[in-house]
Write a new protein. Sequence first.
Length: 278
Amino acid sequence: MKDPMPLKLNKINLLILGKPNSGKSTLFNYLCKNELSPTGDEYGLTKKNYSSEFEFDNHIFVINDTPGLRRKNKISNKDEELRNKRTLSILRKVDVVLLLIDSIENITRQDFRLLDNAIQKKKIIFTVFTKFDLVDDKKNYRKNILINLRNNFSYYNEINVEFISVHNRLNINKLLKIIIEKINLLPKRIPKKDIKKFTNKLLKENRFPKQKGVSIKSKYVVQTDQAFPSFKIFLNTNKKVSQNYVNFFTKEFRDYFNLIGVPLNLTFMRSKNPYQIK
């Protein structure tokens, strides 16, 4: 199967999210090569949205720094409410979300809530651990973070995880290169013959989960026209499939077609006549 042609995008839109002092403005200023967004030790210095452009590897990036998102019950005034609305508006328009987490802190419920919010908007998501230069045992730290995410975040295969340091210029270019790679996967079209090979593989291995003793199998798969990879899975049942089946099929599909870390929409279609095979 041929890899997709590089997407001819004039601009890649990024949004930086994260708790205060996670390094959002520091990364923003470094990429823009300009001190536009305020930085410092004071809690929550960024009070408004900042936007700028920079070029990397023949791509133009539009990067947005915001005060972040707060839970509704934590908003104390009209200004905070307005900033929240503006951030949500930007979130709906961007291609990529960078959720920044300070490496010297643990992942919190707030981080997981921000991840959930971005996933629901079908964005390419990078969980970026900042200040990685301050971590002594980098190999073990990275291993433990990935285990934590895999065990505690059900959408693990939908996100990308990177570790950077603006201070040491560590992995910044790597992060940007991977962003471009993931963007180029969005228009990916999968030939019907390759989808057939995938479903035949699952059938041959007899790995379809059973539901009330019955093996639920896909009859055929159709790709639909969306801004990201989207497919309709036609099944041999007229019953609603379990979440266990959805999770199984989605993981297998992502792994087989190398769609890790990008939005993916699979719609499972029930058959009116499950015994009629097309």
